[in-house]
Design a protein around this ligand. Structure first.
Ligand code: HGY
Ligand code: MN
Ligand code: MN
Ligand code: MN
Length: 418
């Protein structure tokens, strides 16, 4: 009944919104952009500053800080049974270039607040609790995304990750050394008993249904590829249409095909051409080359493969009909993931115990939890995103909802760490 009383008190004396919001606001100053957003590309100076701030806060909380060889940062709160596998929570600090103030960092800051609360309430857990911040979750500068957690889970060999060349031509391993986060902890060294990630939903569902918490049961598959179309540059004025090998026009047809494929497949199929560059990109020169990226996602692996196959067939036809060379390079490919159903139920129960509206749901976005699910039980807690907006400087979640998510995380950590 001691645990029950502690539980009761913990439920009552949860995490206050003000301190969580203050920590998030302070961290959002790092890499702040004029439009109110944040830009902390993986392994950039802003990422370093964001990591340094986290490490300082971890030390303030008395956590034992370790950095592994891909730069993942771990802060451990000791448990009464040191040899017990830890309960791990966390997310990422890197952002897309036009990022918001919550994607990733919210899960890490809430984890710090949960640790602080456990200390203030003098709660000792049997298992250690580890707060993690994974390297390069966004995959914007270096593909694939979720890279730090993928290496941790054994899905990508460390040398290959270190040799990754970014969209800016830099080598990931060099940047890791430059920012001082090429740690010495072996990758994958910390094998968690369970992993729970708190994250903003980045979509419209919870807000539309007026619910405070999402218990994420599964996560859709992701396919990223870069397509290069090679044609021939020529004079825009003198070249008759029938003689053109116009890489730009072909790229436009690919963009339309990809969108129509998603509409034809119907929800939850999504498809995005996020990057599109023409060369030489001049007003009176027929483009010789087009380079574009395609992001395809679906909850069903067979459907995702079908989408990839239909796109590949379209590219072949286009190349033949237009006299072009079309190549595709895979940048990332993750199958759909089903999270640990017991953990999902624990999240639902913790939310319900606080009287929060909660529902099971699928994550449209990729997350570190999907990689951690490869090596042990993993699940996620979502809070609503205002207007469903994310990967946008106007990303927002009201303080009350941030605190609700943090309190569910606190309760779940308490239950798992025993
Ligand atoms: O693209 C994604 O869903 C991940 O956040 N990088
Ligand atoms: Mn994220
Ligand atoms: Mn993101
Ligand atoms: Mn993500």
């Amino acid at each position: 009944e001691v645990l029950a009383a502690q539980q009761e008190r913990l439920v009552r004396d949860g995490i206050a919104a003000d301190r969580l919001v203050a920590r998030l606001a302070e961290h959002a100053e790092i890499g702040a952009t004029p439009d109110g957003g944040v830009c902390r590309l993986a392994l950039s100076d802003a990422d370093r500053a964001g990591r340094d701030r986290l490490v300082a806060w971890m030390h303030e909380l008395g956590l034992t800080v370790q950095v592994d060889r891909i730069g993942n940062v771990f802060g451990t709160r000791a448990g009464s049974e040191p040899g017990a596998a830890p309960v791990m929570t966390g997310s990422h600090l890197d952002t897309v270039a036009t990022g918001g103030r919550y994607d990733g960092v919210y899960g890490v800051m809430a984890a710090l607040e949960a640790v602080r609360r456990l200390d203030e309430l003098a709660v000792t857990t049997r298992r250690p609790i580890v707060v993690a911040a994974f390297t390069n979750e966004e995959g914007v500068r270096y593909q694939p995304d979720m890279m730090g957690s993928l290496v941790h889970a054994g899905g990508l060999a460390l040398p290959d990750a270190l040799d990754t060349v970014g969209i800016d031509g830099t080598r990931l391993g060099d940047e890791l050394v430059r920012i001082g986060y090429a740690g010495d902890l072996a990758v994958g060294a910390i094998r968690p008993h369970a992993f729970v990630e708190l994250h903003i939903e980045q979509g419209p569902v919870l807000e539309a249904e007026g619910l405070a918490i999402g218990a994420v049961a599964d996560l859709q598959g992701i396919s990223w590829q870069e397509i290069t179309v090679e044609g021939q540059s020529n004079h825009a004025g003198t070249t008759p249409m029938r003689l053109r090998r116009d890489a730009g026009a072909a790229a436009a047809e690919i963009v339309v095909f990809v969108r129509e494929l998603a509409l034809r497949f119907g929800e939850p199929q999504v498809a995005t051409v996020g990057r599109l560059r023409l060369h030489p990109d001049l007003i009176n020169v027929i483009p010789a080359r087009a380079t574009l990226t395609v992001d395809l996602r679906h909850t069903d692996e067979a459907k995702l493969q079908q989408a990839e196959a239909e796109l590949a067939a379209f590219l072949e036809r286009l190349a033949a009909e237009r006299g072009l060379t079309v190549k595709s390079r895979r940048l990332a490919r993750f199958e759909p993931v089903v999270f640990d159903q017991r953990l999902v139920r624990t999240i639902e129960a913790a939310a319900a115990a606080r009287g929060y509206g909660v529902r099971r749901m699928t994550s449209g976005a990729g997350h570190d939890a999907q990689m951690m699910a490869r090596i042990g039980p993993a699940a996620m807690i979502f809070v609503p995103s205002a207007g469903g907006l994310s990967h946008n400087p106007r990303e927002h979640t009201p303080a009350e909802q941030l605190a609700q998510g943090a309190n569910v995380l606190l309760d779940v950590l308490r239950r798992l760490a025993g």
